[in-house]
Write a protein that binds this ligand. Sequence first.
Ligand code: ZN
Length: 264
Amino acid sequence: VGAFTAYDLEAALAACRAAADTGTGVIILLSARSYMDRDGEALLAALLAVAAHSPARACVQLDHCDRLEVLESALAAGVGAVMADGALLPYEENVALVARAVAVARKHGSAVEAELGSIQGDEDTAQAATVGALTDPEQAEDFVARTGTDCLAVSIGNVHGHYSRPPELDLGRLRAIRSRVSAPLSLHGASGLPDTLLQRAINAGIRKVNVNTELRIAYLDATRESLPDAVDGTRLTVLHAAQVAAVQSVVQAKLAVLGASSSE
Ligand SMILES: [Zn+2]
């Protein structure tokens, strides 16, 4: 399944339209920073409304968050999933955070994604990042068994934002994790990964792919290009239509890559 970050309605609508056109489901990601912002609750309500009205199956997930009270608040607001990210905490604290998040999520009928190893880079900006601590397969088995997490984000050479050097994924490590963990595995930082490498990762066990940076680039390029026309007639709808179309086309291309992999 593809998971796409939305900072506003345009991106969320684009993801749902692309999923409908492709005939797949989709996850709309809300960054914890957006959610914790002054009007974050209103943005979450808007994204939930987009998902509810989506012609494709859609779910809203709160992305990377290490604060239990924030995870709880998003779950109470109705998200389908949260990412309880304690990857930077000591191991036992990561286990405790995720186990608690899973207990709360169960009450709401929602799911939890966790992270082990450390995926470097910032979710909301795009700085060049180098690879962080890789996920240990043996530890992953222990982690999933003890937390009951529904999905595990792995660090196998992937980073958020821009890759500071051509990306290489440790697919042997991914297969080793896959053999020890039955929960679905997720790959963050798919922006900038060549399609063939992404497909190899899926064939080696990845089941959820997060995309953010490429969407923001498409959105901003479309904004720059359509701005003169929009300003000309003071037509905001021109701007919004261009933003939706640009993001939709990137999402559609990603979903095509994911679909091609799963059919192998
Ligand atoms: Zn991420």
